[in-house]
Design a protein around this ligand. Structure first.
Ligand code: MF3
Ligand code: CO
Ligand code: CO
Length: 270
C-alpha cells in the first residue's frame, strides 16, 4: 500500500481520498494524457512504426512540461505502451511497422507537477475487419458501461459486474490477470479495479476515490501469456484483444472523468 507516501490525502480502508484541492491538478494531468492521445491518433497509419508513435508522444509530453511515467518504471524501456492486434497490454514500442488492418492500443501516462494522468485508446491502421472493429466498439462501450456505475454507495463489484456482463453478452471475454488501479500522486495505488465481479461485493465507493477503469477484452478466451521480454502480454489463443482506459474520480453526485478528449476523439468515428 502506497498511501503513507501520499501527502495531504486521507486513506479510507487503505484507499486514498483526494479532496477538492486535488481536482485541478488531476484535471490537468488527465487532460494532458488525453491531448497526447488526440495528437498521436493523426499519425497512426499503415507503415508507421510503434517506436515513431512512442517518440511523438514522448516529445509532446515533454513539450508540455511533463514526463512519461512508463519510462524506467520497473525497468520499462519506453515512454508509452503500444499493443498491436493479439497483444493485450504493455507492448514495447519497436521498429514494428503497422500493417493495413492492424488495431493498436496506445497507452499514455504522464506525470505533471507530481500528478499522474493515465489513459489509452484503440486506433486503426487502414481498414480493420468488421470483427476487429466490433471488438473495439464493444470494448469502448464496456468502459462507458463501467463509468456509468461509478457513484458514492456503489461497489467495485457493481462496476466489474457491469463490464463483464456487457462484454460476455456480446460473445467476447474479459481479461482477469490485469486490472485498473488507484492513481493520483502515485502511478499504481489501491484499490485494484477488476473488470469482472459480483453486484454488491467489494469496496464501497466514496467521494474522493480516484482510479482507472481499463478493460481488456478478447475476441477468444480470456487467457493470456507473458512474453520473455518480461512485459508484452498476448492472448494465449493469438486472437485479437482491445483496451480503452479512462481515469475517474468518485464525486458527491457520481463521477468525473479526467481523461476525456477535448476534441471528442475518445471514440474515433469508425
Ligand atoms: N499505463 C499502464 C496502465 O494503465 C501501465 C504501464 S506500466 C509500464 O496502468 F511499465 F508498462 F509502462
Ligand atoms: Co492504468
Ligand atoms: Co494506462
Amino acid at each position: 500500500m502506497n498511501t503513507d507516501r501520499v501527502e495531504g490525502v486521507e486513506p479510507r480502508h487503505g484507499v486514498p481520498l483526494y479532496g477538492p484541492d486535488s481536482f485541478p491538478a488531476l484535471r490537468r494531468a488527465g487532460e494532458l494524457a488525453a491531448r497526447a492521445l488526440d495528437m498521436v491518433g493523426e499519425a497512426v497509419e499503415p507503415g508507421v512504426t510503434t517506436a515513431t508513435l512512442d517518440a511523438l508522444c514522448e516529445t509532446f509530453i515533454r513539450d508540455h512540461g511533463a514526463t512519461p511515467a512508463p519510462l524506467g518504471y520497473r525497468g520499462f524501456p519506453k515512454a508509452t505502451c503500444t499493443s498491436v492486434n493479439h497483444v493485450v497490454c504493455h507492448g514495447i514500442p519497436s521498429g514494428q511497422r503497422l500493417g493495413d488492418g492492424d488495431i493498436v492500443n496506445i497507452d499514455v501516462t504522464v506525470i505533471l507537477d507530481g500528478w499522474y494522468g493515465d489513459s489509452s485508446r484503440m486506433y486503426f491502421a487502414g481498414a480493420p475487419s468488421p470483427r476487429a472493429r466490433r471488438l473495439c466498439t464493444i470494448t469502448y462501450d464496456a468502459l462507458e458501461v463501467g463509468i456509468a456505475t461509478v457513484r458514492p454507495g456503489a461497489t467495485l463489484g457493481d462496476l466489474g459486474h457491469a463490464i463483464q456482463a456487457f462484454v460476455e453478452k456480446a460473445g467476447l471475454s474479459v481479461v482477469r490477470d490485469y486490472c485498473g488501479h488507484g492513481i493520483g500522486r502515485v502511478f499504481h495505488d489501491a484499490p485494484s479495479i477488476l473488470h469482472y465481479g459480483e453486484p454488491g461485493m467489494g469496496l464501497r465507493l466514496e467521494p474522493g476515490m480516484v482510479f482507472t477503469i481499463e478493460p481488456m477484452v478478447n475476441q477468444g478466451g480470456p487467457e493470456v501469456r507473458l512474453l520473455n521480454d518480461g512485459w508484452t502480454v498476448i492472448t494465449r489463443d493469438r486472437q485479437l484483444s482491445a483496451q480503452f482506459e479512462h481515469m475517474v474520480a468518485v464525486t458527491e453526485t457520481g463521477c468525473e472523468v479526467f481523461t476525456r478528449s477535448p476534441r471528442g476523439l475518445d471514440h474515433p468515428p469508425w
